[in-house]
Design a protein around this ligand. Structure first.
Ligand SMILES: *Cc1c(COP(=O)(O)O)cnc(C)c1O
Length: 232
């Protein structure tokens, strides 16, 4: 647990250094702490240390955690970042503040229909498969403009920007290339009239590359909470 607070500060320091290198205000990069597989108590400890945005991948696990942390609900944000099946959209529409992993129009339409009217619009990002791998979710860069315009027109959703999960790469240059492609797409969509402010890129291994390419949210799990154990 003390490790967690130490790790959190180390990650914030990495973000600040990368921002400085990029000539950016460190406050223009938000840290999303990815708490999947870790218990509610770890989220509570990170919250006590000042962290406010948390990311989850699995619907059932996240609902248990959101419930266990209901007393903190007004002072934290829940971001859904995992693959989303269309039969699981309702609890996500009802319980989250953001969804980063909207990878097709049908998912956005369901979230829009199911977002309760008494809640503010659900913030969403369109997931783009920049590298074009068949195994990865997301629209292709070619499909992105039509999908983004269609999603932006839906009620009860607010399209904030783009998200991607590129293949891991060793060198910072190799890490930057797909992030740069996503940023260029982001800029084209903005020039095209979409009011986007979010580029959700960068994880524990490549957050510096992402900040250098304009990330506004980095999604960091391992570097804060430690290695994940999927055995149970
Ligand atoms: C798990 C996950 C992360 C965090 O990855 P780390 O390498 O542990 O920092 C970020 N984004 C998504 C979409 C994830 O599923």
């Amino acid at each position: 647990m003390p490790d967690l607070v130490h790790n959190l500060h180390a990650v914030l320091e990495r973000i600040a250094l990368a921002a400085q290198l990029a000539g950016r205000d460190p406050r223009s990069v938000a840290l999303l702490a990815v708490s999947k597989t870790f218990p509610a108590e770890d989220v509570r400890a990170a919250h006590a240390a000042g962290q406010r945005m948390f990311g989850e991948n699995y619907v059932q696990e996240s609902l248990t955690k959101i419930d266990a942390l209901a007393d903190l609900r007004a002072s934290l944000e829940w971001h859904f970042i995992g693959p989303l099946q269309s039969n699981k959209t309702r609890p996500v529409a009802e319980n989250f503040d953001w969804v980063h992993s909207v990878d097709r129009l049908k998912i956005a339409q369901r979230l829009a229909e199911q977002r309760p009217a008494h809640l503010p619009p659900l913030n969403v990002c369109l997931q783009v498969n920049v590298s074009g791998e068949a195994s990865k979710a997301g629209v292709t860069p070619v499909e992105a403009a039509d999908a983004a315009h269609a999603i932006a027109a839906l009620p009860q959703l607010r399209l904030r920007g783009l998200m991607s999960i590129p293949e891991p790469a060793e060198t910072i240059e190799a890490q930057r290339a797909p992030h740069r492609q996503l940023r260029e797409l982001f800029e084209r969509l903005r020039a095209d009239g979409l009011e986007l402010d979010t580029l959700s890129i960068g994880m524990s291994g490549d957050l510096e590359a992402a900040v250098l390419e304009g990330a506004t949210i980095v999604r960091v799990g391992t570097a804060i909470f430690g290695a994940r154990d999927y055995s149970h």
